[in-house]
Design a protein around this ligand. Structure first.
Ligand code: NDP
Length: 323
């Protein structure tokens, strides 16, 4: 089968598009013939070596396709089922072996492209807004990179919970996209100091929660944008990982809360996974959220997708079409 993998960390020149053997599903696993896979920033972290795994690493953490066969002990799924998943590595490939408990059946009316493109970022938005900091009506959230893949989902999920959403983006065109996604206010953080703007928009009080996926470059001002006892949700490193810091800072800035969550810990059981995936599919089906697909690249051009994502050229979802 064709797959995109790396044998060592580095730039996009390290991505190999080559043949690998089709994997065999073991007990409790299923072999999925993939139709689409989603591109996520986590794929970049694995490629660059920020996140580690033993080589060779087939990249890709989400996909959608058809069950080809199941391993011993799998009773809930059968060959021919349309399924999608997130947080199992190896989806930049024609086939992937996935733990069966991580697979969800795609409801009728939802295509493989939308399913593949919604699992990881949709369930991330769900856990951030429903579990990490469960938003209440009237809460104010600051969402960085609000026109991005995860960003648009978080904005929309926060609006479903009747929160006020302030988004940040780096261009005027992205600001428009963020507004369409549901932002009440958008700050161009390439031109304006977002801390000053947030204070102005909240009458000096600060926001209840910051959902910060940008990391290094926004860290300090994100903390400064919080109200007393507000929550900093640092969930990504698009600009680089946050430098080490003293917990005393949280005291000095108003007894703040800090968490550094990961989707894997919020879909850790079958029950929790189904809760989030079912909600995500119903948001799509009921039209509460429309997936914005930025572009679909052939699997062989995964490097171009990485390059576009890393260079801040994209809004919404990037997909790879599997041959
Ligand atoms: P995005 O589509 O959001 O792309 C990244 C965006 O980050 C860019 O478009 C850009 O938006 C912004 N950005 C700011 N600074 C930089 C920089 N120096 N280099 C590149 N981009 C920058 O990507 P994803 O939706 O795939 O992921 C967004 C973030 O969410 C990532 O950090 C990812 O790790 C995190 N994430 C975390 C999860 C978790 O469970 N912890 C799960 C899913 C995603 P702009 O130009 O507007 O600034």
């Amino acid at each position: 089968m064709k797959a995109v993998f790396i044998t060592g960390p580095g730039g996009i020149d390290k991505l190999r598009y080559d043949d690998l053997p089709v994997p065999e599903p073991g007990p409790g696993q299923a072999l999925v013939k993939l139709h689409f896979t989603g591109v996520n920033f986590i794929d970049v972290y694995f490629r660059t070596g920020l996140y580690k795994a033993p080589p060779p690493i087939v990249l890709g953490m989400e996909g959608a396709g058809v069950v080809e066969k199941v391993g011993a002990g799998v009773t809930e799924l059968a060959a021919g089922d349309r399924v999608a998943y997130a947080m199992a590595r190896g989806s930049y490939a024609e086939y992937a072996v996935v733990p069966a408990w991580q697979l969800v059946v795609i409801p009728p009316g939802i295509g493989f492209d939308v399913a593949a493109g919604s699992m990881l970022q949709g369930m991330t938005a769900h856990y951030l807004t429903h579990s990490t900091y469960p938003l209440n009506p009237g809460d104010t959230a600051l969402v960085h990179a609000a026109a991005g893949g995860a960003g648009q989902w978080i904005v929309a999920a926060a609006k479903l919970r009747a929160a006020r959403v302030i988004g940040t983006t780096s261009t005027a065109a992205k600001a428009e996209t963020a507004r369409t996604a549901g932002c009440d206010e958008v700050i161009n953080y390439a031109e304006q100091d977002f801390e000053v703007e947030v204070k102005r928009l909240t009458d000096g009080k600060g926001v209840d929660v910051v959902y910060d996926s940008v990391g290094k470059s926004t860290w300090e001002r994100s903390l400064n944008s919080l109200r007393q006892r507000g929550m900093m949700v640092s969930f990504g490193n698009a600009s680089g990982p946050v430098d080490p810091f003293s917990p005393l800072v949280l005291n000095q800035k108003g007894s703040l809360y800090l968490t550094r969550p990961s989707l894997g810990n919020y879909v850790a059981t079958r029950e929790e996974l189904l809760w989030r995936a079912t909600d995500v599919f119903s948001w799509l089906r009921d039209g509460h959220i429309k997936l914005q697909i930025h572009a679909t690249y052939p699997l062989s051009e995964a490097g171009r997708a990485h390059s576009d994502l890393e260079s801040r050229k994209t809004t919404g979802k990037l997909l790879l079409a599997i041959p």
